[in-house]
Design a protein around this ligand. Sequence first.
Ligand SMILES: *Cc1c(COP(=O)(O)O)cnc(C)c1O
Ligand code: SF4
Length: 332
Amino acid sequence: MITKIVSKSQSTTWQAELSQAFTNPLELLDFLALSHMPLAQQVLQRPQFSLLVPRHYAAQMQPGNPADPLLRQVLPILAEQQQVPGFSHDPVGDQKAEKTTGLLHKYHGRGLLITTGACAIHCRYCFRQYYTYSRHIFTQLPKIIENLQADTSINEIILSGGDPLLLADARLAQLISQLAHIPHLQRLRIHSRLPVVLPSRITKDLIHHLTATRLQTVMVIHANHINELDATVQQALQQLQHSGVMLLNQSVLLRGVNDNVADLKALSEKLFSSHVLPYYLHCLDRVQGAAHFEVNEIEAIQLVKQLQEQLPGYLVPKLVREVAGMPYKQPL
Ligand SMILES: *Cc1c(COP(=O)(O)O)cnc(C)c1O
Ligand code: SF4
């Protein structure tokens, strides 16, 4: 009996934690002792893309620092309301790549499932913030599976979103098992920010569901700054790695967050010590409201050159930009 109670509480801790996340910008500022700073005058109190920040993530921010690199990623500010030419609602052409509701097919061999529209954190620079999601893909699943069965060129399926790890274990297990029945699929890739922003999501049960499959499992996490990788996050990553999940990281190059060599270098080093290889450093997708995060391409290339001078090749992420209509993410 006791073991049953323990495993139930483990599987629901993360959901309870998520329900405690900050949703009010002023409360977050208060928590960080920033309510009386000039920054408070710039905050949008009710933005359309709401504020959402798990307490674990907020706890990594530095109290009293209005320029905190984690805070900047999540705090809605007036600058978002500027209309800047070239910044649109669907900068990467996702709507056009939709094969059937919930399934994107843009690149050879890889299908991407928008498993849910929900995330555990709202990143202000997110290119999918205007994407019109159906609530989740499960009513569409028979059609998606049919599509994947018919297309033998696809050997890798990417679970994306939103964040696929917000799905309940049973849902996820059912989805993975259905995918594993498609004979030409070889790899299961999970794109998730949860190991970083809500590490309590990485439970033993979850790891079991991700690894008890004939598919090879790759997880691409999303961290932008070394301060996001505390001991709890590192522990979650270590458990994933020990269970045979290959771990990669993608970052977005963001003005005021990680636009300097020292921070990028520290991030790569810390990722490696957490068993994660740097994969992509993305140039910002030009989504409306995110212009204040943009680092121009010349500066981006310079930064990566300096990284190459200081790090082993395997710790330098590939600098890429996604261009609508192109057959792969474009290296710079
Ligand atoms: C980014 C992306 C992929 C994966 O591309 P990789 O270069 O293999 O990481 C696949 N499908 C879609 C729609 C994507 O946006
Ligand atoms: S976690 Fe990913 S999908 Fe969700 S808001 Fe952040 S960048 Fe966008």
